[in-house]
Design a protein around this ligand. Sequence first.
Ligand code: ADP
Ligand code: MG
Ligand code: MG
Length: 902
Amino acid sequence: MSTKYVYFFGDGKADGKAEMKNLLGGKGANLAEMSNLGVPVPPGFTITTDVCTYYYDNGKKYPNGLDAEVKESLKKVEEVMGTKFGDPSNPLLVSIRSGARQSMPGMMETVLNVGLTSNTIKGLIEKTNNERFAYDAYRRLITMYSDVVMEKSAGIEPAEGMAIREQLEHELEKMKKDRNVQADTELTAEDLKELVTIYKKKVKDTLGKDFPDDAMEQLWGGIGAVFQSWNGKRAINYRKIEGIPDEWGTAVNVQTMVFGNMGDSSATGVAFTRNPATGENVFFGEWLPNAQGEDVVAGTRTPNPINEDGKTEDTKHLDSLESKMPELYKQLDAIQKKLENHYHDMQDIEFTIQDGRLWMLQTRTGKRTGPAAVRMAAEMCNAGLIDEKTALMRVKPSQLDEFLHPMVDPEEEKTALELAKGLPAGPGGGHGMIVFTADDAAEWAKKGKQVILVRNETSPEDVHGMHAAEAILTAKGGMTSHAALVARGWGKCCIVGCSALDIDVASKKLSVNGEVLKEGDWITLNGTKGRVYKGKLPLVEPDLERNEFYSSLMNWADKHRKLGVRTNADSPADAAQARAFGAEGIGLCRTEHMFFDPKRISAMREMIVAENEENRRKAIMKLLPYQREDFMGILKAMEGLPVTIRLLDPPLHEFVTLDDKQVKELSAELGIKESDLKARINSLHELNPMLGHRGCRLGIAYPEITEMQARAIFEATADLTSQGVKVFPEVMVPLVGSSNEFENQRELIVKTADEVQKEKNVKFDYLVGTMIELPRACLVANEIAKTAEFFSFGTNDLTQTTFGFSRDDIGGFLPKYLDHKILPEDPFQSLDQNGVGQLVAMGVDKGRQTRKDIKIGICGEHGGDPASIDFCHRTGLNYVSCSPFRVPIALLAAAQAAIEND
Ligand code: ADP
Ligand code: MG
Ligand code: MG
């Protein structure tokens, strides 16, 4: 059988169906499906995407036989409609519509009213008894056709302001001025007739060709233009962004025109089977009486609400379709219900009413907000329309983000004064008074004030201020800068790289785009969009726990997922937050942040600059009570759940980056000569600290650090155990590359545990394991697993060391790498499954060879990235761990991974 190029639809039957999207495009497949369902669709036919492929492969020629198939289908349409294409007494008019597999809204062309010529217009006038309407349709055809077919698809690039569409619109304006009228609708039939003559002359003068006066020529011109538009600049760019392959091609739909602008019994509209913003199960839409479809979408006229339910304060005075045309509304309502029941998903539909008769022009799966996606999935599942697995797959994990943060009230945002734009580093909204230093932020916050910390950039020393602030705004830095990372971890609103800010810390002022703001002035940030506003805009709070739809979805996720989900948390508050979101333990509790607290940092510094073990031990033991208290808090917050605590990891130099004044103070405090102190600090300086004296290398050189930390963990464990609180600490040794390193530290830890159990006379359970974050650790995982009771993949460092990229310096070259497609994406955001992933898989394999049931997790940033979570599921990890605000995302992604892979 030869290939079929053209598929007919209409009159309750169709050659195609919804499953044929690849061949017929989304629009064509759904027009066929609606016809098969008996929904009224203006009859027409679809030319397949294969023809588009052929067209581009064969020097823009059509395959043999296409012509005959088009004629045959056209004849079927004519029979159904009782009209004839190109017939002067009873003409058929058609639209020519593009339609790719995946919807590309507004990216390709549509031509309406094709088939109108100086001959056929007579028939249209006679049939409609409406000369004005006929000439209005004609002048619209000339505008669209000359623009789309004769200019754009011919590759003509007119000079600024000289595009044919603009020139014709100019003529229209001229005529309106001349006739002294305001609206197009005030022009008479005679006016429009004259305008058509002017248009035709303008087309000839500008493009050097006559406007085609033959229906068939128009038809083929329109079809060619749609195929051409697949390779228009707009479409190419859109495909790049959306990742749509160039090979797919578009289909062309030729469809009988129906007119919503034939008088008061005609109308047009766009609607959703449920509310796309809230997800509420009410039919929701807009319509316009006596109008063409374009008028609703283009926003040239303010549309009316489709029904009484959809009315708001602003639209309550407008007529609804429900009240104006109750019979037709009932029909439309029945059709929308039928479509949703059939597709089992929310539909976005277009309709037109011509002279009291309803026609459906399009249906497709509607786009929706995060909260709407969750509500629809839950309600459809509860109603039996879809099953749990489908419901879980309906929500993109990233859409849950919208639930977790307070947002700037979108209504107020519309009219707010925008000061500047930056990079959207931490989602949600925040408002507060400007402060310029971390100390001020902490101090003001303590007094109960809401503040926004505004800095050129942030350093680890600013964390107390960052934590105290409602939101963070920096002039410099990118999406992976310190401020951005920390803020995201806390789920805090943050904008970085806001280069319009000119900050003067000394005088506590900033200027931005001509505005001068000082300390204490209110600003509002939208961290999801990277927008800074003047003043205090109201925020709307998320309320997850009370959202029954979210709860249902998360219950189903728990049922279907195999991966555990833990959190990375360093404080009891974060731990409690994550637990409320559903975290099943802590996968990474970093201990170094705890040392930056002003009360502790001096003991830490004393420890670091100590000349000998005795002094070092004395200093570090000052930290013991603080650490014990920290661990008490965290272990308690995670009662009944495991808590992985990592021993000190960063190079010591990070704790002693001091300016001259601070050196002076410290030397006085410790009674060390300033020059000696400086020399000691300088001696800690490393050329390459990321690969320097850090991780387990610290505990090996200074065992007293490990002893103190282990003691703090176990004393807290012993005390809580005696109080009847069930806790499960897991002590994690960082940056291990050989089993000897691990053994060295493990012995210390176990010895300390024994001592504490004896001293306190309590028995408790604990594990000792390691972070796998060096390639060598993956290679010898079988040896490490001999004594290590768990592994946690630290994929941040593992990515750094596998690629040999320094994460802090990647900003210099990553953008180029992404531009040139040398890397598909930032490997610090989404795990490099091809490379780093092999090491992870090897580590898992080798670890389990030695210790069959070794517990394995991941605690890098990747633990909250859906694609990486899918990888973790496939690789057989036991759990992923991520920042508290990513826990819901990870829970859903884990369920999706189980559904997709098993
Ligand atoms: P897009 O894919 O950009 O939405 P469409 O092919 O849906 O483009 O066409 C745009 C608009 O043109 C439609 O919303 C509808 O109002 C109008 N239209 C298209 N075909 C017809 C038709 N056969 N009869 C009446 N209006 C039509
Ligand atoms: Mg459309
Ligand atoms: Mg690390």
